[in-house]
Design a protein around this ligand. Structure first.
Ligand code: NAP
Length: 441
């Protein structure tokens, strides 16, 4: 019987689904010892620090993660940072395979004038701020202004827009980080805009997220019904045999419902603007206005009309995608780990998830991705390495968050949430988390 040692780096969805795929590949003759290494004291990646707090259903996938973690061949090494506490070369030498599931966490930049003004931030910072990621607790988010503009027509833009536009009382029973909830309660923001540079038919939103919008009780959501009808006409004219792609049809249908929904006259609004390309962020020492070029669609192509308009605002959040923060010893191409179908050619390194394919797909997409890559991992094994345990590599006394430690942290957070009707109260500093795990006094 062969037992291979596999290190997975990054305890987000891609990491857990890779562990699951390995567990599912086990036979009587082939088993794995899986070590999941995570730099934070908490696992779950985007499920903890990315998914919007008002979407708790999406987070129930954490139950699957905990089931994977309960397998006897699985160990968690939280609070262990690659490059600091442990080196990639140590892992590749001691493990039969290393699967990098390190995601992409740097927000892409627009590259327009004014982007660096105070009041212009990336969704990568804002989302992690309201979700209590320890590295983003101190992000300066100015909510003492009337209007905010979100750039991008994807689900991250939608999350940012919703969090700013809804009545913060709607977040009271969620796991929004305490510091963010307090600030959102005193927010002066009443108008939020989401701006996409192409037409409604090109938006990267998904229909379930669009269908949720009319359910916002305290926020009026505006979309231009005419713009949606025009988009439908364009998309239908371009469709093969006049048959619209399912995703586009569902999106436009959901947008039409939003556009036609009766408005309650709330003072909070969320307004969608399409064919709006950000040109410049203006302001004297801080964001005061954003200038858009007006696009149009000519012969199926998005073109700049030369006309412009602007929105007065004190906050601009850029939600136009992410790229990976490079890790020493791995080569990157266009914000992703340089790989061929998940193999880092010529090494025993593999990659799954956003680090491999870029920031696309929903959480479940990582499951099929992991299954495909793990097939290659299994195929490539010839004979298990004889090597010593990872614990030897860690500095003596380094506080490691094991699965048992994490369960203590998790239980403490959940218990703190119970009397408040919240799923949990998140601890947001490494020290606090290590204390909850009884690793610090
Ligand atoms: P995304 O879906 O790729 O959307 C990025 C948006 O940014 C697109 O509308 C894109 O427009 C726009 N954009 C890119 N460069 C731009 C520029 N220079 N100027 C103006 N706009 C620009 O990315 P995302 O929203 O970050 O989401 C990442 C992934 O996570 C997606 O697969 C998303 O579905 C998923 N996610 C899912 C959920 C959920 O299921 N609830 C929640 C959050 C995120 P173009 O199309 O014109 O390039």
């Amino acid at each position: 019987m062969a037992r291979y040692k596999i290190a997975i780096v990054g305890a987000g969805p891609a990491g857990y689904f890779s562990a699951q795929a390995l567990q599912n590949s086990e036979t009587e003759d082939l088993t794995f010892a899986i070590d999941l290494i995570e730099r934070l004291p908490t696992p779950w990646g985007l499920v903890r620090s990315g998914v919007a707090p008002d979407h708790p259903k999406i987070k129930t996938v954490s139950k699957v993660f905990e089931k994977i973690a309960s397998h006897p061949n699985f160990r968690l090494f939280g609070n262990v940072e690659l490059g600091t506490d442990i080196q990639l070369a140590d892992l590749t030498a001691r493990y039969d395979a290393v699967i990098m599931c390190t995601g992409s966490n740097i927000g892409k930049k627009l590259g327009i004038p004014g982007e660096d003004l105070p009041g212009s931030i990336s969704a990568a910072d804002f989302v992690t701020w309201y979700n209590g990621h320890p590295d983003y607790v101190h992000v300066d988010v100015d909510l003492g202004i009337e209007a905010a503009v979100i750039i991008g027509a994807g689900n991250v833009a939608m999350d940012c827009g919703r969090i700013l536009a809804l009545n913060p009382a709607e977040l009271d029973t969620t796991d929004t980080a305490d510091h963010a909830l307090a600030k959102l309660h005193s927010s002066h923001i009443r108008q939020v805009y989401i701006a996409g540079r192409r037409g409604p038919e090109h938006a990267a939103f998904t229909a379930p997220e669009l269908r949720d919008l009319p359910k916002l009780e305290h926020t009026d959501v505006f979309m231009d019904a005419t713009a949606i009808e025009e988009a439908l006409a364009r998309a239908t004219a371009e469709a093969i045999d006049g048959e619209l792609e399912k995703d586009i049809r569902n999106n436009l249908e959901a947008m039409r419902v939003v556009a036609e929904a009766e408005k309650a006259g709330n003072d909070r609004s969320l307004t969608f603007r399409f064919l709006s390309a950000p040109k410049e962020i203006l302001g004297d020492g801080k964001v005061e206005e954003i200038l858009f070029g007006i696009n149009e669609i000519r012969d199926g192509k998005v073109v700049d009309t030369g006309a412009t308009y602007s929105i007065k605002c004190g906050l601009v959040i850029t939600a136009i995608g992410y790229e990976a923060l490079p890790i020493d010893g791995v080569s990157y191409v266009k914000g992703k780990i340089d790989n061929v179908e998940g193999r880092v050619v010529g090494t025993n390194i593999y990659t799954v998830g956003w680090a491999k394919r870029g920031p696309s797909g929903v959480i479940g997409t990582n499951k099929s991705d992991a299954t495909d890559v793990v097939k290659l991992v299994v195929e490539d094994q010839t004979a298990p390495k004889v090597s010593s345990d990872i614990t030897e590599l860690l500095m003596s006394g380094h506080p490691v968050v094991t699965q048992l430690t994490w369960e203590a942290i998790n239980a403490a957070e959940v218990a703190a949430g119970e009397p408040l009707g919240k799923p949990r109260v998140k601890a947001v500093s490494r020290e606090e988390l290590l204390k909850l795990g009884n690793l610090l006094a």
